[in-house]
Design a protein around this ligand. Sequence first.
Ligand code: ADP
Ligand code: ADP
Ligand code: ZN
Length: 214
Amino acid sequence: MKIIMLGAPGAGKGTQAKMIADKYGIPHISTGDIFRANIKNGTELGKKAKTYMDQGLLVPDELVVDLVADRVVQDDCKNGYVLDGFPRTIPQAEALDAALGKMGAKIDFAIDVDVPDENIITRMSGRRACVACGATYHIVNIPTKVEGICDRCGAELILRDDDKPETVKKRLAVYHEQTQPLIDYYTKQGCLVDVDGTQDMADVFAAIVKILGA
Ligand code: ADP
Ligand code: ADP
Ligand code: ZN
C-alpha cells in the first residue's frame, strides 16, 4: 500500500503516518525528518536545507526529488510506504509519478488531513519533537509521561526552530500556495481521501483505518 499524507504543517500528518506505519508494517518516510537528521549530522544537504527551513520556505525540488526516488526503491519499501511531507509541490508529485510509472506502480491513497489555519498555530506552539526517534507530542493535547522526555526512547524533547509563530505563518502561506494544489492533482487521479483532522488523534486514525481497511 503506497500512501501520501497531505495537509497543512501541523495538521497531524506525522502523528497519523507513524500510526499507519505501525499498524500496516510499512516504513514511514518523512522528508522533514530526513532533512533534520542531515542538519544534525552537519551534512552538505543539511546545510543547504537549513537555510530554507529556517525561513519557513520549501527546500528546492531538486534537493528532495532524488532523495525520495532513491528511498522508495529500497528493500523495505516493497510492500508499500507512507510518505509524510512529500510531495509538497506539483513538480515533486510529477517526479514521483514518473519514478513510480517506471516500476509499473502508483499511489493508492493520498490522505488529506484537513485542519483549518486557526487551529494550526496552537498546535505548533505546543509541539515537542524527539530528536532521537522522531516521535512528536503536544504539551496540552498529547503530553508525555515525564515532561520534556520522549515516552518511546527516553531522549530529550525540543521545540523545533521553525515552529515559532512567525515562521509557522510563513509556512502556512507557502502551504496554500505550493502544496494545496496537490489536493486537486490527486483528486483528478482518483486517489484522494479526506479526513477531519480536528478530531482527537485516535478518531482521526479510526477514520483513516476505515478507508485503508483493517
Ligand atoms: P511539518 O510536518 O511541520 O509540515 P516537515 O517536518 O514535514 O514539517 O518539514 C519541515 C521543513 O522541511 C519544511 O518547512 C520544508 O522547509 C522542508 N521540507 C520537508 N519536506 C519537503 C519537501 N517535500 N519539499 C520541500 N521542502 C521540504
Ligand atoms: P504535521 O506532521 O502535519 O506537521 P504533527 O503530527 O507533528 O503534524 O502534529 C502537530 C502537533 O499537533 C503535534 O504537537 C502533535 O502532537 C499535535 N497533534 C497531532 N494530532 C493531533 C490531534 N488529532 N489533536 C490535537 N493535537 C494533535
Ligand atoms: Zn524518542
